[in-house]
Design a binder for this molecule. Sequence first.
Ligand SMILES: [Zn+2]
Length: 434
Amino acid sequence: MAENEKPRHIPLAQKYRPMTFADVVGQAHVTRTLKHALEMGRVANAYLFIGPRGIGKTTLSRIFAKALNCTNPHDHEPCGECENCKAITIGNSLDVTELDGASHNKVEDVKPIIDAVDFPPSASKYRVFIIDECHMLSTAAWNALLKTLEEPPPYVKFIFATTEGDKMLATIVSRCQRFDLRRIQTNEIVARLKHICEIEKVDAGDDALLAIARGAEGGMRDALSSLDQLISFKEDGKITEEDVLNIFGLVSRTALESLAGAILRGDAAAILNAVEEFDSAGRNMRRLSGELMQHFRNLVVYMALGAGTKSLEATPEQIKTLEEQAKKVDISRIYRIADALAEMEDKLRYTLSVRALMEMTLLRAGRIASVASVEELMRAVRQLAAGLPASVQSAPQPAPAKSEAPQRANPILDEPKMNRIIEAVGGTTIDVTR
Ligand SMILES: [Zn+2]
């Protein structure tokens, strides 16, 4: 075992902090634009990075600062080797100043920045000011900065980062190039964790890594901190899904998928058993509700766009299940299941009887899944009218059949007649589950 050689004291989030734009996971829409700006020599005076915590705003700010000041960039990526790059990495650069807006939010805190702007950079091309959690700056502090922000000397660049874009003053936002960083997709986090586990010689299964990513809810830093925690907790270096689930109070992938399957089958007994089991194992019901929603969301995306789409946030194992479940249900039923779940998420915030609400909602969702929708009935009527065998089965109809069917000669019901029927039954909003 290489246990003793590992420098355990460096947290993974720090050790594997991205050093170039190419290393940054899940923010290609931002890194591409920044690199392009560098390439064209069209760098703005101020940038504003908005996004949830732990997704790499500060890291991206530092990479950008390095790319601006690197003396030996490769393809507009910082080299990481020159004096400027090294100084920025260890937070020692005279020309790059970082300020934590949460703890330094008063006018006197930004005064040194305003004073420093007058002096050209000492060892690099630009003087860069990075202000983190910048929504915390007082209005007075922003007003003090405003003039500098409007017409900074050509060698001054500002990078602001915040989790709360809504709290930013419009006068500031309009003076910045704004970038919205997104939550990192679960499968992207899994891929990164897998890569790191290989280097660190950590034995963790795919489902264990998936559970870490699920627990981190789109934040790479949280995912890496959890992995750190698990490595020190498991001395044999072997991390199982069970370990991770216990830490986060999550339900296993397969248990979640089989609960979704029970809902789709309308299997009341299986639904109640699953809830009972999760409840007695102390699983987090609110998280379960969110994850179920995510599962059905993925199912809809899969059914609408197939497995190849980037919108699908799923690992290969999850996609296999989606493929199976998609065969057995009509998409309109899933929309209605999702409605029921969304209603529950809302109520979960206030209710004290979490388990009862969960049971009632999932049973209702199961009923929705097993009862045909008006759309399905109408399709069956159309098929009957066109002389085709009607089916209101759970299986979705293949797309080509739809376009051929209504074209048959002398259909008993034509389109206007159909519409009159739909009108007569109260339009498509009728709830046949009640
Ligand atoms: Zn460099």
